[in-house]
Design a protein around this ligand. Structure first.
Ligand SMILES: Cc1cc2nc3c(=O)[nH]c(=O)nc-3n(C[C@H](O)[C@H](O)[C@H](O)COP(=O)(O)OP(=O)(O)OC[C@H]3O[C@@H](n4cnc5c(N)ncnc54)[C@H](O)[C@@H]3O)c2cc1C
Length: 568
């Protein structure tokens, strides 16, 4: 076959948390490793999750093994990813009407599983989180935190590269060559380069999350039955709480509120999806999440819902429950050593346990290769940068303002919601000249705060053009793509205050800029690969309904959210 030829010990398929964790682990064990990801890193489930670094509390009754794993990994990740983890702490609260016997089982389970937990008074819980429902009758503090999945994945990938590993993004695996019963090579196609790449290897790790079944089939293995467990989440427009707040109940829908960066995220649901690339957001689920938020925080519905998105848990079929009951399927990790020698699949688990999953996977690979190479990923911090603080940008912006002595700011704030300055944008574009709007969004959080790009997106496009990175026509097309993707997450929650905001944005972009009428040009190769346009485009007046109930124009009443990431 023509195209590029590479070779290494281990090929890792999938650039989510699990795959990147395996890559780092393999490289730190001294093996040569190449990761292949069909889009960019962290664009699968890892870019569409709830943001919670589990303390283990959620699983102390339902899944004790997972609870202990989470507690141990929580401590390790906090240490090795200081710039991605915010150690917010967390509360479990029992609200009037909840099962009164559960809190005692919770406390006993925490004790048995080693999840650090202590009971605090209701008054103390309300002092710490004044917006909590005053009807709570018991409260416990735990070590929950939040974790920026992208920052974590990028940090682990950089660390792996320092140990000699390679990362091929925008490369889709199309085949696995098996010779004499063993994996021999992985074949992939570069969607940006148009080239085929063949990677000769001794082992293949299938870390393709909800797509893992399809990858196993490429090697002729039919025994990986992944059931995508779809969950939706909604970002609210500010930090309603500063700690993670969990309902103290057996795991259920909408029972966790997570403060992530500048917003709070309520979630989640759990229902079987037929295709992890097409995840629906039902209007009833949106209402269910808002109702659940209201039970934790009275007045929750008055806050503005910013953005909704969905992700698919890579659950392995659990024969103890019905094929559609993803809520009760095990969250445990599974490492499968296949009959095809050298092929190992890893699935299940949680983002919180990504490092442990990688360690167990590489133990299995080393066993297949007959080599004794111990795991070292817990010994060394991934990032040596500063510890994450939600207020870090405010401090920097205020310092710069003071230094300018009242003169026009040489480095103005472009995105007020996330305090992104002009130099942050130009520095990123200088370092990554092919960066798209979506790269700026994920790396700087442009468009992820309360205005959802309404004010900052056009300024950013202008700066990118001014800096010579994007032509005028390219800026317009990238801006249009960005707005379309934001719209995918806004449409399912379009009502009340958010409908008014969408109407204003529509007026700015259509009324003032006539963005649909401006000349455009081809997008840079690969820019559209992370996008989908399943919703009706905003018309002249997208906010036809400004009532208090969810509005949807789609014929089925069902929305699909496949936007390029979430609105955190
Ligand atoms: C709604 C929801 C909320 C969650 N909340 C939390 C939480 O708060 N805390 C927590 O710890 N966990 C949470 N999880 C679980 C966690 O998000 C997942 O366990 C984790 O992100 C899975 O990572 P992964 O790398 O296994 O899969 P993914 O991130 O999906 O990675 C798989 C990758 O494989 C790639 N791929 C697929 N096919 C190919 C191909 N042919 N060639 C190349 N690449 C391919 C995909 O593009 C993708 O990037 C949540 C999950 C969901 C769905």
């Amino acid at each position: 076959m023509s195209g590029t030829k590479l070779s290494c010990d281990v090929v890792v398929i999938g650039g989510g948390a699990t795959g990147v964790g395996v890559l780092r682990d393999a490289a730190m064990r001294g093996l040569s490793a190449i990761l292949v990801e069909r889009v960019d890193l962290g664009q699968g489930t890892t870019g569409r999750y709830h943001g919670l670094l589990h303390s283990g509390g959620r699983y102390v009754v339902s899944d004790p093994e997972s609870a202990t794993e989470c507690a141990e990994e929580n401590a390790i990740l906090t240490r090795i990813h200081p710039d991605a983890v915010e150690a917010t702490g967390g509360l479990f609260v029992a609200v009037a009407g909840d099962d009164e016997s559960y809190p005692d089982r919770f406390l006993a389970g925490a004790e048995a599983t080693g999840v650090p937990t202590s009971e605090i008074t209701v008054a103390e819980a309300l002092r710490r989180e004044p917006r909590l429902n005053p009807q709570i009758f018991r409260a416990f503090e735990v070590h929950d935190g939040t974790v920026d999945g992208w920052r974590m994945v990028w940090g682990a990938a950089d660390s792996a590269r320092q140990y000699g590993a390679q990362v091929l993004t925008y490369h889709r695996v199309t085949g696995i060559e098996v010779r004499d019963g063993a994996v021999a090579a992985v074949i992939c196609h570069g969607d940006k380069t148009g080239e085929d790449v063949t990677i000769d290897c001794r082992a293949v790790v299938n870390a393709a999350g909800p797509w893992a079944g399809k990858i196993a089939e490429l090697a002729g293995e039919q025994d990986v039955e992944v059931v995508p467990g779809r969950g939706i989440m909604i970002a609210m427009n500010h930090r309603l709480v500063n700690r993670v707040v969990n309902r103290c109940v057996y795991p259920a829908d909408g029972d966790i509120l997570v403060p992530v960066h500048t917003v709070s995220i309520i979630g989640t649901t759990d229902a079987r999806a037929s295709d992890p690339d097409r995840l629906a957001i039902e209007p009833a689920e949106v209402q269910q999440m808002l109702d659940a938020g209201e039970q934790l925080i009275p007045g929750f519905r008055q806050a503005r819902a910013l953005h909704a998105w969905a992700g698919a848990r890579p659950l392995l079929k659990d024969r103890r429950v019905s094929a559609d009951d993803t809520r009760h399927m095990s969250r445990n990790m599974s490492v499968i050593t296949h009959d095809v020698r050298g092929l190992v699949t890893v699935a299940g688990g949680k983002l919180t346990t990504y490092r442990l999953m990688a360690a167990r996977t590489m133990d299995a690979v080393c066993q297949v290769l007959g080599e004794n190479r111990p795991c070292r990923t817990a010994d060394e911090a991934v990032a040596t940068g500063s510890t994450y603080k939600v207020t870090h940008r405010l401090g920097e912006v205020e310092k710069a303002k003071k230094a300018s002595h009242g003169l026009p700011d040489p480095d103005p704030v472009i995105c007020e919601c996330e305090l992104v300055t002009k130099s942050m944008i130009t520095d990123l574009l200088a370092a990554q000249p092919t960066a798209t709007f979506d790269d700026l969004r994920r790396q700087l959080r442009i468009g992820m705060g309360p205005c959802q790009g309404g004010f900052c997106a056009s300024r950013t496009a202008g700066i990118a053009h001014e800096s010579g990175c994007w032509s005028a026509a390219q800026s317009t097309e990238l801006l249009r793509l960005f707005l379309k993707n934001r719209w995918n997450g806004i449409y399912p929650i379009l009502s009340g205050a958010q409908a008014r905001e969408a109407s204003l944005d529509e007026w700015i972009y259509q009324g003032t800029y006539s963005i649909d009428a401006l000349p455009v040009t081809d997008l840079p190769a690969g820019a559209e690969l992370v996008s989908a346009t399943p919703y009706p485009s905003p018309g002249p007046n997208p906010a036809a309904s400004t009532g208090d109930t969810q509005s949807t124009d789609s014929a089925s009443g069902t929305s699909t959210a496949n936007s390029s990431g979430e609105g955190k």
